[in-house]
Ligand binder design. Structure first.
Ligand code: SF4
Length: 56
């Protein structure tokens, strides 16, 4: 079963390099994701990361 066909319209995502990304739509295929940060004191959006990312 290819989970990438099941777009979760509650999670928009443009990271096409992720294995969970829906190919034709800019959505995630997971039911939920984990968002975190690599910064000690995050101050802007680029400080945050999708921790559910998996390389294709
Ligand atoms: S796991 Fe994260 S990076 Fe991957 S498609 Fe879903 S939201 Fe995007």
């Amino acid at each position: 079963m290819n989970s990438n066909e099941n777009a979760n319209h509650c999670i928009a995502c443009t990271v096409e390099q992720c294995a969970h990304h829906c190919k034709s739509d800019n959505y995630c295929s997971l039911d939920r994701i984990l968002v975190g940060t690599h910064e000690y004191n995050p101050t802007e959006d680029s400080c945050t990361d999708c921790k559910s990312f998996v390389k294709k």
